[in-house]
Each structure stands twice: as structure tokens, then as C-alpha cells.
Design a binder for this molecule. Structure first.
Ligand code: P53
Length: 486
């Protein structure tokens, strides 16, 4: 038995964490450009200003109060501005990916590099050209580009002047943006995903909204769902061969005990945290449990007549997902309300944890592959998996990241079981942060995922020199043997 011959091994990144060049080439500002660095204990902040000129630093993944707009503080370091500078190193970096034998490379496009204001008032030809050259370079090496249309940011103008995703007009702007991409890259890119980790969108940074309330979040998300479905429909008109995917953060879950109430709690957790999103985008309608949840919470979504029909028509072709870890769900009051990726309020005593406290659970990876495939019977694509860890450069300049190799090898082993033993239909696997990039959660540079080290620190200082780690050669071997040589 072996993995499919055309299995898309590769690596993955996102513009806001990798690309940099935030003020180069005619790019407009994005919400992600106003977010500071943080660490494990100190949340990232967003800098905002009100009409009186009062500047505030607020937790970035929460909502910003009405009346505040993004503010670029000249004295502040913002990690996304240079990130690890793909913008000025793309040829070199793609050359390194090719050297590893990548079959695919997942990246995101910076919306405000294409449309500096987020809408068609200005189209940045230089931005269109930039990605065009990047895709050509990938294709030169037979690397299949896998493109996330929106990964955790939005043009600042849309958030500050148009109300972000709260405003229905944002749907049109997003669809126009996507259409531009489809038209320009229709012969270069086949695999697309509309929104990264759609189940993690909230607040000002990713939704551009000034509210923390569920009713506002779900209304904004409704607009996101419509935008995604319409994008899928437009894509099919432009190139019927396109593959349009959704992308969901797929954290594995276990009930804390075999107490039936714990199991029910786990089911409920998975519904509103995860399946709500994939159910809508894969099946094409609001699931019954969500309608009931909305009823209980008094959430009445404002919809247009044909919204439900659009959702039905605009379902996706495949499911892209990230997998890093699993979590334990419990009915105990003190741990019930945990959320996000760090929600290991109940420790799983069977598992070890990463330096950032994320449980390491390779079998959980096989479990979620099976759960998703059983539920939807749709091709899957692992578009993120990896270990964030501190790396040390030895005196001789080498980086011996055996811990990363161990993490990846154990996960890939379980993934292969899911394909070869369980029969899951899997398109590919792109390792997250295949070259070191900024951490989304903490804004740190020191939390590294890469096979390739980039010389930069938490203050953004360094030479940006690229160095191959031990895992670079290891992954090359994995790809060359189609997963046999782990
Ligand atoms: P970092 C939180 C929990 C799970 C996935 O995360 C997450 C996040 C956001 O931090 O995001 C995804 O960088 C995301 C990537 C991100 C990656 O996981 O916090 O799609 O942008 O970098 C890893 O270690």
C-alpha cells in the first residue's frame, strides 16, 4: 500500500505572518498591520484611536469599541510589517521549497495588496503582478499553488469606514476581489480556499466589527458564508476545473470521562465551535442545532430572499483543515467555558505538551481525519499541521530540530493510516510555517515552525538570512519516498 502518486506534499504560510512589505508595491493597510507582538502570557494588542485623538491598545482578538479606528503608532513594532519578508525573498524561498521537492505550496493573498481600499475604487496592478510572478515561479518547479483568499485580516478601510463584515456590502467587495484573482490566475492556480479557519473569525482583526456580542458575530459570519458561497459560484463560471475549498480549524476533542453528560458536552462543543461552519459550507444550510441555539439566544439573522439558495448552491469541493492538537471537554463548571487553541484547562494525562502548552496528539489527527470524512464524504486537504518550538543555532551554524521531526513524523504516520487503512480521500498535506514566520496567536518570532530558519527576533531584528534546519532534509526525504521514509 502506498499514498496516492499525486499526493500534494508541501508547505503552508499566510501573508500577514510571512509576506511583509506592508508599505511596498502600492499595498494598502490591513487590520493585521496594527497588531503588536505578545507572548504566551501577554495577548497581542491592536492600536486604535478615537476622534479625540485618544490612543488605546486593546486585546487584538476581541472587539474594538465603536468610535475607534485603527492607528499606526510610529513608535510601535508591528510584526506583520516585515514578517519574514517573503516580499523581498520570494525567489530564494521558492527555490528552497523546490529543493525540498514540494508538490504544493499554500499561501494567502493580501487583500489590501490587490485592492488597497478593499473595494474596486483602486486596483493595484503591481500587487496583481507580484502574485502572478510568484505563481509562475512555483509552476516553474511544478509546485501547485494552493491559495487562501483571506487569511486573518481585512483591508483597514473596510473595517474602519464600512463596518467590516457587519455590512452586507462587504460581501460584494469580497466577491469582486475574488473574481479579480480568478480572472488573473485562472491558468495558474487550481486550488483555492475562501476563508482561513472560518471558525476562528471574530472581532476587529478578522471581521472588522466593533462588537463582542454573539448576535453581531453571527450576523457578520452570515455575510462571510454568503460571500464564500457566491465566490464559489463565480469561480465555477470562470474556470470549471477550479477546486474551491473551505478551511476549518479542526481541534480534536475528548469527553473528560465516560459520564454520558461529558459526551453530550463534547458534542455540543463541537457543534458551535467547528461543525456549524463545515455543515454550512459543505452541506449548504444552517443545521438544526444552530437554529435552536439562535432561538435560545434570541439571535435573528437578517437575510435576503435568496441567501439560503446561495448557500445551497455554493457548497465547496473539498475541506481544507488545520490540525495541531486536541482538547478535553468537561461538564465541570470551572473548565466548561474554555475556548481557542490553548483550551487545555483539563489536562490530557496521556499526552505530552509543546513548549507553548499545546497537547501533542498524533492519533487525534487520525481521529479528526476520519470524523470529517465520515461526516461529509468529501475530499480533505491537511493545509496546516506543525510544531511551534524554540530553535537553537549551534556554534557550527546547524539547527538540530529533532523534536519537530518527531512531531511531524508521528502525525504523518497517523495521517497515512487514515488514508491507507481507513480509506480517507486526502488531497495533500502542507506543513504549517514551512519557513519560519510570525506566530498568529502570540506575534512571536521565537515560536518557530519552519524547516528553514529565518534570522529575525521578537523585535523584528536580524539579517533575515535563511538557514536549512535538520528537518529540511528530513522532509525532503519524506516527500521523495511519498511518505514511506519517515
Ligand atoms: P500560532 C489559534 C489556535 C489554532 C490555530 O498558530 C490558530 C490560532 C491562531 O493563533 O491559527 C492557525 O501561530 C492559523 C495560523 C497560525 C497557526 O494556526 O499561534 O491558521 O495562521 O499561525 C498556528 O502558533
Amino acid at each position: 500500500m502506498s499514498m496516492p502518486k499525486d499526493f500534494l506534499w508541501g508547505g503552508a504560510t499566510a501573508a500577514n505572518q510571512y509576506e511583509g512589505g506592508f508599505d511596498q508595491g502600492g499595498r494598502g493597510l490591513a487590520t493585521s498591520d496594527l497588531i503588536t507582538g505578545g507572548d504566551k502570557n501577554e495577548p497581542r494588542k491592536v492600536s486604535v484611536i478615537n476622534s479625540e485623538g485618544e490612543v488605546k491598545y486593546l486585546p487584538a482578538y476581541e472587539a474594538v469599541p465603536e468610535g475607534y479606528k485603527g492607528y499606526l503608532d510610529p513608535d510601535q513594532y508591528y510584526p506583520s510589517h516585515n514578517a519574514t519578508d517573503f516580499y523581498n525573498h520570494w525567489k530564494e524561498d521558492i527555490g528552497l521549497f523546490a529543493e525540498q521537492g514540494y508538490k504544493s505550496y499554500r499561501m494567502s493573498i493580501s487583500w489590501s495588496r490587490i485592492l488597497p481600499k478593499g473595494d474596486l475604487s483602486e486596483i493595484n496592478e503591481e500587487g496583481l503582478r507580484f502574485y502572478s510572478e510568484v505563481f509562475d515561479e512555483l509552476l516553474k518547479y511544478n509546485i501547485e499553488p494552493v491559495v487562501t483568499i483571506n487569511h486573518f485580516d481585512m483591508p483597514l478601510n473596510l473595517a474602519d469606514e464600512k463596518g467590516g463584515w457587519k455590512n452586507r456590502e462587504t460581501i460584494d467587495n469580497f466577491v469582486e476581489y475574488s473574481k479579480l484573482l480568478f480572472k488573473h490566475y485562472k491558468d495558474k492556480v487550481k486550488y483555492w480556499m475562501t476563508f482561513n479557519e472560518i471558525n476562528f473569525l471574530h472581532g476587529y482583526n478578522t471581521l472588522g466589527i466593533h462588537s463582542k456580542e454573539d448576535k453581531d458575530r453571527f450576523q457578520a459570519l452570515h455575510h462571510v458564508f454568503i460571500a464564500s458561497a457566491r465566490t464559489v459560484l463565480e469561480a465555477r463560471k470562470i474556470n470549471p476545473d477550479f477546486m474551491l475549498g473551505m478551511m476549518v480549524a479542526s481541534i480534536g476533542t475528548y469527553p473528560e470521562t465516560c459520564n454520558p453528560n461529558d459526551k453530550m458536552q463534547e458534542i455540543e462543543f463541537n457543534r458551535m465551535f467547528k461543525y456549524f461552519f463545515s455543515d454550512i459550507q459543505c452541506r449548504g444550510y444552517y443545521p438544526a442545532y444552530a437554529k435552536k441555539e439562535f432561538e435560545r439566544k434570541g439571535i435573528n439573522l437578517i437575510m435576503k430572499d435568496d441567501d439560503l439558495e446561495i448557500l445551497k448552491q455554493g457548497t465547496v469541493d473539498y475541506i481544507g483543515f488545520s490540525y495541531y492538537n486536541s482538547a478535553v471537554v468537561s461538564t465541570r463548571e470551572d473548565v466548561k467555558k474554555v475556548g481557542g487553541n490553548q483550551f487545555n484547562a483539563v489536562k490530557n494525562t496521556y499526552l505530552e505538551e509543546s513548549q507553548w502548552g499545546w497537547p501533542i496528539d498524533p492519533v487525534g489527527f487520525r481521529v479528526v481525519l476520519n470524523e470529517l470524512y465520515d461526516r461529509y464524504q468529501m475530499p480533505l486537504f491537511v493545509v496546516e499541521n506543525g510544531l511551534g518550538a524554540l530553535d537553537e543555532i549551534r556554534e557550527d551554524g546547524t539547527i538540530e530540530d529533532d523534536y519537530r521531526i518527531d512531531y511531524l513524523a508521528s502525525h504523518i504516520k497517523e495521517m497515512i493510516k487514515a488514508v491507507e487503512y481507513d480509506g480517507v480521500d486526502l488531497l495533500g498535506y502542507t506543513a504549517w510555517g514551512c519557513i519560519d514566520i510570525i506566530s498568529a496567536g502570540t506575534g512571536e518570532m521565537r515560536k518557530r515552525y519552519g524547516f528553514i530558519h529565518v534570522d529575525s527576533n521578537d523585535e523584528g531584528k536580524g539579517t533575515f538570512k535563511r538557514t536549512k534546519k535538520k528537518s529540511f532534509y528530513w522532509y525532503k526525504k519524506v516527500i521523495a519516498s511519498n511518505g514511506k521514509d519517515l
